[in-house]
Design a protein around this ligand. Sequence first.
Ligand code: ZN
Ligand code: ZN
Length: 373
Amino acid sequence: MTQKRDYYDILNVDRDADDDEIKKAYRKLAIKFHPDKNPGDKEAENKFKEATEAYEVLRTPEKRQVYDRFGHAGLEGSGQDFGGFGVNLDDIFGDVFGDLLGGFGATQRTPKRGRSLQYSLDVTLEDVIYGREVRIQVPRVESCATCDGSGAKQGTRVVTCPQCHGRGQVSQTQGFFTMSRTCPNCRGEGEIIQEPCPPCAGKGFVRNMTDLKLKVEKGVYTGFKYHLRGEGEAGTNGAPPGDLFVVINVAPHNRFQRDQNDLITSAKISFAQAALGAKIKVNSINGIEELQIPPGTQYGTQLRISNKGVPHYRRSYSGDLIVTIEIETPKNLTTAEREKLAEFAKLRSESYQNENGGFWDKLLGRHEDDEAP
Ligand SMILES: [Zn+2]
Ligand SMILES: [Zn+2]
């Protein structure tokens, strides 16, 4: 092999560059020269291997120390043999690109999209008729603001795990076999936190009550779902957060039943009004409406007042107010009322009970109680 280039020159960083600068420099080169991007390009492949080797040494404190003191010679024969391409590419990519590309051959620190949440929001019928802006409090896991999700206490750093050199895996040779297992020091993360961030105990995320504003629109109904993108739980390792689904639940109303966009209520009228027809007042949800009772209206008849129901979602018109008619029978009649009603019954040849408890019947032509001995 020809004269090896200086690792710092390869990555184009200063000799006192910190971990972040080294990582960034490598990332730039690796993206540029990655074999997948340059199929069949031998020179790009060599550049990529060269950069990977330089990065592998400079990111590992012990190796970097040795290299700084003794140069390439220091690393030779120390088991640091790249054998052309001894490092596991996937490991490096998993680590460097884990937070960038999302699972680009990643084995550890895999970015995971945050969980989506569902929130049930109780609203009133009035909210649905007028529309309303509500504040909702959503308990969710968020990236810790103190450490920006790193889990490291302010002023301390996340460092490459010295035991596995950031691979998250350690190898053990027993006889002919080399076994790989998850690094016990960093639990496969490849990085360790020197001092955990107190608010999140080093986890990088915290459980918060988040205040959100939501506009409940006119015409929504029970089961209607608002989809709030990105308002779910925080993702890990740079992955996007989940979504929040707010499911509307319209509480029952004490005076109105809802049937799609119609509202149903009832009104009581007297049988005289039912028979003769009348104009009555009916409570709608937002005022008083006049309702025409046609002559001969029967108990249970449903009459409509148009456009006084629930607005259609994102439309300018509403459903109807449906009034179910109930006919009230008068009680405690005065003598005058009783006489008029008796007269009415007689005119219609209807049998009725008189005030003595006896019965009048047209067919008999007399009062039943006249017969009594
Ligand atoms: Zn924190
Ligand atoms: Zn480790």
